[in-house]
Design a protein around this ligand. Structure first.
Ligand code: CO
Length: 640
């Protein structure tokens, strides 16, 4: 056996797992030369969530980042994570987009493509594998590791053998949630080496603390390459630290040959960034340790926390983590990795927040059940499938066979603003976000104005004076309900409900505007010091977004003929399914119960908001692509 080779993930999985993928190219620049000199087998620097985050949050062109890294890393191979037919997005793209993306990624500097499918459905890797082989670059195919009654050693070995037949140059054991225990690692690596005969790389996460031991047992079993991160970007939900692995193997037959002192120089740089930007250290929390139960992977767990916080429900994390394995079982035991981790994760969140399982299902969950992400390890439970998609058929073909080519169309749609074929791909993957980014980039060049993105200028923080909460008694007065001729009196139950609502949403102050009889709710941050959000939220008393409304109260709300449709979550409002399609509804349109009114994008998923009453759209209260708050009114429907 020879030396163990090491891949560094600091610039991709490391900060994706610990820092919500927020490291910028500028943060990376000073350390690239050092990383290049370490003697790593490869640097994982691109793909996964980095692409999306670049355009969505950092105002960076991900292609430009790749080119900059390539320019500065001259010796070491650059590696990316590719989600099979989903590329670096969250749903399947047509074959022509997949081919073009791979071609361009190779052209811009990628040497090793690590490709996986969340369901280990190898049909979803066919196109990507062919495209990678065509570029002549290294195709590393993943066996996604998880624990379930159907994920046996035979399943993993069979998957790996099929991947070899498809042309894989090496196999990666992708243990995204750190579930691989040391002795299983030993057995799995040994079996793969014997039965498949390709080089094996181990990708694992530290989270439950097994990683270092798993790596060492994998090394004993003959693994060829292992993934690690620099210590400021290691531990917790990230990879094991390179320093520990290097030290553990020193002076053995598996010595990595890497120099600890040089590694510390790299670590010093990342630690400076960490301190300067206030990023977190990789630590394992108790709920993280429960990964052995909930299986939520590293990249997702920090997102789950922040998303729940956004939904003002951070205190419900334990309920969500308990719901996740139940949803996973209902859905046929998919491994939890993007995009299935988001699909299972958001469904668990919605099941908990709405108080009724599968009452609200995002489009992605429906598509999963329809088979559009591939074949689950075992079929979705029948009663759950019925609840989610009714009698709709489940597809049996390779999902991408149903997709029309999209390259030419995308090219035409962004001809006015795209500067390169890479831009067209960015648009094809994330249409709405890409257009905003292109506009930002255009304005930036036009005015030579840095940093602030147009949407953020509009959405700047506004200071709202703290008003003393009105005592409940002050609300006890005759009021007229907007859109209704009737007068009624607010009773104690309604007041209690408002107080409950304030509690649930974290809204700290309320004010009654007598002229239109609406409550203006003002939102304060968790610490209660600063005002967050953009505008006061206006909620008419009778249409509060209280999801726990009892039936008689619902009936009461329905008595008024103007019904508000409120956002069930914090997210972004989209009036249409895509930028070039007409809006779902216009003012004056008739809608039926169950008809889609809009999309609220939250937790990276598109949630279709449906009409709960039939009637005529009286008003659309939000502009397209605007951020919306939990409970914010979106539409007024004049009910029949
Ligand atoms: Co990972």
């Amino acid at each position: 056996m020879g030396k163990i080779k090491i891949t560094d993930t600091s610039l991709r999985d490391g900060h994706q797992s610990l820092w919500a993928t927020r490291m910028t190219t500028d943060d990376m620049l000073p350390v690239l030369e050092y990383l290049d000199n370490i003697g790593y087998y490869s640097l994982e620097v691109w793909g996964g969530a980095t692409f999306d985050v670049c355009i969505r949050y950092l105002n960076e062109d991900p292609w430009e980042r790749l080119r900059i890294i390539r320019k500065n890393v001259k010796k070491t191979k650059l590696q990316m994570l590719l989600r099979g037919q989903s590329l670096v997005g969250y749903s399947h793209y047509p074959d022509d987009i997949v081919c073009k993306f791979v071609e361009k990624a190779a052209e811009n500097g990628i040497d090793i493509f690590r490709v996986f499918d969340a369901l280990n459905d190898i049909r979803n890797l066919e196109t990507a594998m062919k495209a990678i082989k065509k570029t002549g670059k290294h195709a590393q195919a993943c066996v996604v590791y998880t624990i379930s009654p159907v994920h046996t050693m035979e399943h993993f070995v069979e998957t790996a053998s099929s991947l070899k037949d498809m042309g894989a140059d090496s196999i990666c054991i992708k243990d995204m949630a750190g579930l691989l225990s040391p002795y299983v690692a030993y057995e799995l690596v040994k079996l793969l080496k014997e039965k498949v005969g390709l080089p094996v790389q181990l990708h694992t996460h530290y989270i439950g603390g097994l990683a270092v031991a798993a790596v060492l047992k994998a090394v004993e079993a003959g693994v060829d390459v292992v993934d690690t991160a620099s210590v400021p970007l290691a531990f917790g939900s990230s990879q094991p630290p390179v320093e520990t692995i290097v030290r553990a193997l020193q002076d053995t037959e598996w010595d990595t040959g890497l120099d600890l002192h040089e590694l510390f120089e790299v670590a010093t740089h990342f630690e400076k960034i960490r301190k300067h930007k206030g990023f977190e250290r990789g630590v394992t929390r108790i709920s993280d340790m429960k990964v052995f139960e909930h299986q939520v992977p590293g990249g997702m767990i920090s997102n789950l926390y922040s998303q729940l916080e956004e939904q003002k429900a951070a205190d419900r994390i334990d309920e969500v983590l308990a719901e996740i394995p139940r949803v996973r079982e209902d859905m046929g035991y998919p491994p939890l990795v993007t995009p299935t981790s988001q699909i299972i994760g958001i469904q668990a969140v919605l099941n908990v927040l709405t108080g009724e399982r599968y009452k609200l299902c995002p489009g992605e969950v429906k598509d999963y059940v329809r088979g559009l992400y591939g074949k689950p390890p075992v079929p979705v439970k029948e009663e759950i499938r019925k609840k989610i998609i009714g009698d709709e058929p489940v597809i049996n073909v390779r999902p991408a066979d149903l997709l029309d080519p999209a390259w030419e169309k995308a090219k035409q749609e962004v001809a006015h603003i795209a500067q390169s074929e890479e831009d067209v791909l960015t648009y094809a993957l994330f249409p709405q976000v890409a257009l905003k980014f292109f506009e930002y980039r255009q304005n930036k060049t036009d005015e030579d104005e840095p940093q602030i993105r147009p949407q953020e200028e509009v959405g700047e923080e506004i200071k709202v004076e703290k008003v003393k909460p009105k005592r409940p008694a002050a609300l006890k007065e005759t009021r007229k309900v907007a859109g209704s001729k009737e007068e009624d009196e607010m009773n104690i139950d309604e007041i209690r409900e408002i107080m409950l609502l304030l509690d649930q949403t974290g809204i700290a102050e309320l004010e009654l505007q007598k002229d239109d009889y609406r409550l203006t709710l003002r939102k304060f941050s968790g610490a209660g010091k600063e005002t967050v959000g953009t505008e006061p939220i206006k909620i008419p008393v009778q249409d509060k977004p209280d999801l726990s409304k009892t039936e008689p109260e619902k009936e009461k709300a329905k008595a008024d003929n103007l019904v508000e449709v409120v956002s069930p979550m914090v997210g972004t409002f989209y009036a249409a399914p895509s930028p070039d399609s007409p809006p779902y509804v216009n003012v004056g349109d008739r809608v039926e119960v169950g008809q889609t009114l809009c999309i609220v994008e939250a937790m990276k998923l598109m949630n279709e908001i449906k009409a709960e009453v039939s009637g005529v759209i009286a008003e659309i209260l939000v502009d397209n692509a605007e951020p919306v708050e939990y409970g914010q009114p979106l539409f007024l429907i004049e009910q029949d």
